[in-house]
Design a protein around this ligand. Structure first.
Ligand code: SF4
Ligand code: SF4
Length: 269
């Protein structure tokens, strides 16, 4: 892998390669460039999971012609598909190295978790939602119990925005979670359950089920399950599998129905 990346950088196939570098025993994201080829000695293949494609999005927004190489697992590739169809990256400028190909020795866990699943404590089991549940498991509770269990989860939120900040496919310049007409700013806990429902709806057609939001959440809220339910609805109702195909159209709840009359921009405003 190091030889291939070195060749790509030297030949100009890529201008930057985003991968992992071992620092003090920890795999950390690193941008390798042809100006510092010696750093490639530290390039490692690792099952570590950071949103490398989010770094690519930031770089591409500043330098749209930059040719970017990325070490990628399955979720990175799905995220790149989403970012491509939403015009956040130009797929023609992206080259990937599969971290999980047969020769690498890096296995991709089925559910992409690299941390041991957290065993819920007795109180969470009694009143909350176990993060390991499937949507069907959570739906087995009757409606009022399901509601109170989700409210228990949401009320733990400390509005740190970690779930949004780590998410590889959260790219809006203006975030609904900070829009004062939608969500009150300042007080804790945030408006429950609006804060979480706004984000869940917003992730429709974007969430690629990487689980990073849940791993980042300091309050251990079952976020991944919530977004899995959204994905399940998209699949069942719209036959849309988010990130499965670089050629799929961006997901739109309205489909081809245009409900607003187009009108020219008002130059005075
Ligand atoms: S699982 Fe969470 S972090 Fe990953 S894409 Fe979905 S919302 Fe974003
Ligand atoms: S990471 Fe968890 S605690 Fe932080 S804003 Fe998101 S849901 Fe709330």
């Amino acid at each position: 892998m190091k030889a291939r990346v070195r060749r790509w950088l030297e030949e100009g196939t890529v201008d930057v390669f985003i991968g992992y570098r071992q620092v003090d025993g920890h795999p950390l994201p690193y941008c390798f460039t042809r100006e510092n080829l010696d750093a490639l000695d530290g390039l490692i293949n690792s099952p570590a999971r950071y949103a490398l494609e989010k770094i690519a999005t930031h770089l591409a927004s500043r330098q749209p012609d930059l040719k970017i190489g990325i070490l990628s697992l399955d979720t990175n590739r799905r995220a790149l598909n989403v970012l491509g169809i939403w015009n956040q990256i130009n797929p023609e400028n992206i080259t990937t190295v599969d971290a999980d190909d047969a020769a690498s020795g890096v296995a991709t866990p089925d559910d992409m978790r690299t941390f041991e699943p957290v065993v819920p404590g007795p109180y969470k089991q009694q009143v909350g939602i176990d993060n390991a549940m499937s949507p069907a498991d959570a739906e087995a509770f009757d409606q009022s119990e399901r509601f109170s269990r989700w409210m228990y989860e949401f009320e733990k939120c400390i509005k740190c925005y970690g779930c949004r900040n780590i998410c590889p496919v959260c790219f809006c310049r203006e975030c609904s979670l900070e829009h004062r007409d939608l969500i009150g700013t300042g007080p804790l806990p945030p408006d429950v359950p609006i804060f979480h429902l706004v984000r869940a709806v917003h992730m429709a057609g974007r969430c690629i089920d990487c689980g990073l939001c849940e791993e980042a959440c300091p309050a251990d809220i079952s976020l991944r399950l919530l977004y899995r339910k959204v994905n399940q609805i998209l699949d069942n109702v719209f036959e849309y599998q988010t990130g499965s195909d670089p050629g799929q159209p961006p997901f739109s709840l309205l489909g081809n129905q245009v409900t607003l009359e187009p009108k020219p921009l008002d130059a005075d405003k």
